[in-house]
Design a protein around this ligand. Structure first.
Ligand SMILES: [Fe+2]
Ligand SMILES: [Fe+2]
Length: 287
């Protein structure tokens, strides 16, 4: 571990979206070297790596082969659990495959169990949405949100996420599992960091007063994730993804950080190194 005994340095990044563009894929070695240079103790990858399983393996393999001097933690994003409609596996089954790939490549899959380093615990979830982030400015019914489309635009989970239950049930089950993970470690740690792919608080979103945009904020996350975290005073940070905007803000005593790569359609090769450094956010905790 590169840092002094009493400090733990945590690096977080999400939404690599390696399948989104050539630049997104080319960014990954730069990101790995930025992580190396940052001398962190714990790396958190907060989901949306790629929907393609063999590419997912390749990317985690690149991290593994880099022999980083840090522990690596992972939660999947909605893109990671996408499956072909009428394909052979469900999104739940794909989560299981993702966890296996994580373990093969030295990543701890937080959706399966918490991770504890010294006196600090990490609990993680993919999270989901239950439309509790729907804007209050419009008269859109829950049935309409369930359709995941508006004016011809489709939220792609409609096509590719294949859970066995409704969004509300899925969101609640992830919140409950996160609660159970937190409860399982409260007596043995001094601090807890929560990692969620989906957004934990509506205060992290920017409603624009334009329904074409605001409609899709309903799919950003659920209020339940934040509520679970506010109940437990040992939780100091929530590291999340999904929102392709940087967030670093406080709600009560909770620090919320989103540090995404996002979609890099217009980046030049010589800008990638700087961008990779910007995408990684590091925080230091006193142990
Ligand atoms: Fe994303
Ligand atoms: Fe996402």
């Amino acid at each position: 571990m590169p840092n002094s005994k009493n400090r733990m340095k945590i690096g977080v990044v999400s939404d690599l979206h390696a399948d989104a563009s050539k630049a997104n894929k080319e960014l990954i070695p730069f990101l790995i070297s930025a992580i190396e240079d940052a001398e962190i103790d714990i790396l958190v990858l907060a989901g949306d790596i790629t929907a393609n399983l063999s590419e997912f393996f390749d990317i985690l393999d690149q991290f593994n082969k880099a022999k980083l001097q840090c522990r690596k933690l992972f939660v999947p994003g909605n893109h990671d659990i996408w499956v072909k409609k009428n394909g052979r596996i469900t999104s739940t089954q794909k989560c299981g495959i993702i966890s296996e790939i994580c373990r093969e490549n030295g990543f701890h899959p937080l959706i399966d169990s918490p991770y504890i380093e010294k006196n600090i615990g990490f609990c993680g979830t993919i999270g989901w949405y239950d439309y509790s982030f729907a804007s209050t400015d419009y008269n859109i019914t829950m049935e309409q949100y369930e359709k995941k489309q508006y004016k011809g635009k489709i939220w792609n989970d409609k096509r590719y996420a294949n859970w066995e239950n409704s969004d509300k049930v899925v969101a609640k089950s992830f919140e409950d599992k996160l609660s159970a993970h937190i409860a399982s470690i409260v007596d043995i740690v001094d601090k807890i960091i929560v990692v969620s792919h989906h957004v934990p608080f509506r205060q992290c979103l920017h409603y624009k007063g334009d329904l074409d945009y605001d409609y899709f904020l309903a799919y950003m996350g659920s209020e339940g994730i934040g509520e679970v975290c506010l109940k437990q005073p040992l939780i100091t940070h929530i590291l999340f993804g999904h929102l392709h905007e940087t967030v670093d803000k406080k709600i009560n005593d909770l620090r919320l950080i989103c540090s995404p790569v996002g979609y890099l359609h217009e980046y030049q090769q010589d800008e990638l190194q700087t961008y990779a450094e910007q995408c990684l956010t590091s925080i230091c905790l006193d142990e």
